[in-house]
Design a binder for this molecule. Structure first.
Ligand SMILES: Cc1cc2nc3c(=O)[nH]c(=O)nc-3n(C[C@H](O)[C@H](O)[C@H](O)COP(=O)(O)O)c2cc1C
Length: 393
């Protein structure tokens, strides 16, 4: 007994030491990012920087030593508080990389070492898609947002499925599917076939699917937010064998009526949850603080955050834990992340926060989430999901 207590005390003091070291490490990385890397990177064209980071991440992921260095610099884990088994998938922590950063699934080896709990690759379309003409990515610095007009640039479902079929993954991988951005998919039948092509090629690859019906930048708009067309799309998907959970990614610009119609259709099918949300197209938003925002494109980050939160809250209030909600939009801190969890999100995704705050943000959020959970007397993050609604009942 005394021996056990002694070992427990040593472990506890080791954990406290490690936690302090990680806190210092993160502070140094944050300082370096904000004073050295970001000022240089933010002077360059955003897409050039994005491409450079993808090349670097791909290289670092391919070599054992650079993977280990990355882990030493960025990794954080706390299985007791942060891990969850959701729909049979083990998530070591709730922070995922949102769709659109690793469009061609080239970073799956390095992202676990950066500390991500999961990654969503894509969006992947049936055919190769070169995207919209450049420029197609802008920073709205004062609004802490990005204006995105990529138009689903990606290598296409055949190339990406071949790339991934040879790999095994350390963290869950979500497959985001969208329809090819081209006049050929303007007809609903062709558009559905395009979704199905990707769906089928990834039957045995990855851990979950996301059906992206909310890309703001594709030819023909967002036809599948129309309930009848969504019904046709989901029924076509339902005719195929279901090999993994399916999420639906929603636009934050849906009115309550539009959202209700989508939810009514979704209830008829075996859909596991929602991603709240994609980019906002609406320029009438008080969080837009920059002048000269391009007219085209969707906005991310702080401009989208409240819309995402409202949608999480709405869906959680309506369904409770019937659906898994992945909260996405404007997460720049552990407080932002915890807020989404308390509103009803079981998992979270981000991109813009990492670009404005630095890649150590993942570890910072996870570490501070543990602190918040302890403070609120929760033993695991799953207990905090939706807690805001319970305390207001
Ligand atoms: C550069 C960029 C590209 C994106 N591309 C996609 C995409 O291909 N598919 C998708 O579903 N969402 C895409 N998104 C939207 C994000 O997945 C996310 O929903 C949105 O950016 C809000 O999260 P954030 O504020 O943390 O960035 C993209 C976002 C960014 C910033």
């Amino acid at each position: 007994m005394v021996h056990c207590l002694y070992i427990y005390e040593i472990q506890l003091s080791n954990n406290i030491m490690t936690d302090r070291l990680i806190k210092i490490r993160n502070k140094i990385l944050r300082l370096l990012y904000k004073t050295v890397f970001k000022p240089i990177a933010f002077r360059q064209d955003p897409e050039t920087v994005h491409d450079f980071i993808i090349k670097l991440g791909k290289l670092f992921g391919s070599i054992n030593i650079t993977r280990n260095i990355t882990k030493l610099l960025f990794y954080y884990s706390n299985d007791k508080y942060l891990s969850q088994n959701i729909k049979g998938i083990m998530f070591k922590n709730p922070i995922g990389l949102a769709a659109g950063f690793d469009k061609n699934a080239e970073l799956t080896a390095i992202l676990p070492e950066v500390g991500f709990g999961f990654v969503e690759v894509g969006s992947i379309t049936g055919e190769y898609c070169k995207g919209n003409p450049k420029p197609r990515l802008w920073r709205a610095k004062n609004s802490q947002s990005l204006v995105v007009y990529y138009g689903l640039k990606n290598d296409g479902s055949e190339t990406i499925s071949q790339r991934l079929s040879k790999l095994s993954f350390k963290i869950p991988v979500g497959i985001s599917i969208a329809k090819t951005n081209s006049p050929h998919t303007i007809n609903p039948k062709e558009a559905i076939d395009d979704y199905l092509k990707t769906y089928r090629l990834f039957q045995d690859i990855g851990d979950y699917y996301t059906i992206n019906i909310s890309c703001p930048n594709a030819f023909g708009g967002q036809p599948f937010t129309n309930p009848e067309l969504l019904d046709q799309l989901l029924s076509a998907i339902a005719r195929d064998p279901k090999t993994k959970p399916i999420f639906l990614k929603l636009s934050p610009d849906l009115s309550e009526n539009e959202l209700e119609s989508i939810l009514r259709i979704t209830e008829r099918y075996d859909i596991d949850g929602f991603i709240c949300s994609n980019l906002t197209k609406n320029r009438n938003n008080e969080k837009i603080l920059d002048k000269d925002i391009p007219e085209k494109g969707g906005l991310s980050g702080k401009v989208q955050e409240d819309l995402s939160n409202k949608q999480i809250e709405y869906i959680y209030r309506k369904y409770g834990k019937k659906y898994i909600i992945i909260g996405c939009g404007g997460i720049f801190s552990a407080q932002d992340a915890y807020n989404k969890i308390k509103l009803g999100a079981s998992l979270l995704q981000l991109i813009t926060g990492m670009i404005f705050e630095g890649p150590q943000l993942i570890s910072e959020i996870n570490r501070e989430l543990v602190y918040f959970l302890k403070q609120d007397n929760y033993n695991n993050i799953s207990e905090a999901v939706g807690s805001k609604h319970r305390s207001t009942q």
